[in-house]
Design a protein around this ligand. Structure first.
Ligand code: ZN
Ligand code: FE
Length: 239
């Protein structure tokens, strides 16, 4: 499996997960269709599925166009069936979604939205975390509770440390400033910030991160309890 990172809109990332044996692919969270179509056409990719982590426009904006053009299937959380455009494969928590090319575990991680899911490709050790876990940050709590978001992050923390994290936005630099402010003496964080700055200087994505790096550096994963987490989330909302 190979991953292509595709920049969309202002700071979104969509991802192509490509089975290199036959060029069959899924696209995760196509914010818009044009940048996806450009890569698909250029690389002769057979786009088979859209995987949506949640229903927000900047994650599903390309669904209608891409389905029309490629006749693919759209995979999303079953309770979001009325708000994910063109959804036709409904998945639920803990389900293994599988077909000839791909196998992903579905992990329900509510908080940012009530229907947010993570696509976890266990064999490849890859997780698409949408707007729940960012590198050095976490999503705003729009629909869920602090407790739901805290529990969702704890679920992700249990994935193997080497699991690669592909999230929905390039927010890493701004997140790093917040982490630094609240975790000044964290050496791992300092080292990660050097890496991030280097990548950004060279116009490269800071993604993927790993669960291990996030546990070591992400202040929201380092919060000891729900109370600490909630305080940090409030501070970040006004940062
Ligand atoms: Zn969102
Ligand atoms: Fe988003």
């Amino acid at each position: 499996m190979k991953i292509e990172i595709i920049k969309c809109l202002k700071d979104n990332y969509s991802y192509l997960l490509i089975n290199e044996k036959n060029n069959n692919a899924c696209v995760i969270d196509p914010s818009e269709s044009k940048p996806i179509i450009d890569v698909v056409e250029k690389k002769n990719i057979n786009l088979k599925f859209i995987l949506n982590t949640h229903h927000h426009y900047d994650h599903v904006g390309g669904n209608i166009d891409l389905k029309k053009k490629y006749g693919l299937n759209v995979v999303g959380f079953k309770y979001d069936k009325d708000r994910i455009p063109e959804i036709d494969i409904l998945v639920e928590d803990n389900q293994i979604w599988t077909n000839e090319d791909f196998e992903s575990k579905i992990i329900h991680i509510p908080g940012h939205t009530t229907g947010h899911i993570c696509f976890y490709f266990e064999k490849e050790k890859i997780a698409f975390t949408g707007d729940t876990l960012f590198s050095l940050g976490c999503g705003r709590i729009f629909e869920g509770t602090y407790k739901q978001m805290f529990d969702s992050l704890n679920k992700l923390k249990k994935l193997p440390l080497e699991t690669k994290i592909y999230c929905g936005h390039e927010y890493t630099f701004k997140n790093s400033i917040f982490c630094k402010k609240h975790d000044e003496n964290n050496k791992n964080l300092k080292n990660k910030i050097i890496e991030i700055e280097d990548k950004l200087k060279n116009n490269l994505p800071t993604i993927p991160s790993t669960i291990g790096e996030e546990i070591a550096c992400n202040i929201f994963l380092r919060a000891k309890n729900l109370e600490d987490f909630s305080k940090l989330r409030d501070l970040k909302d006004n940062f």
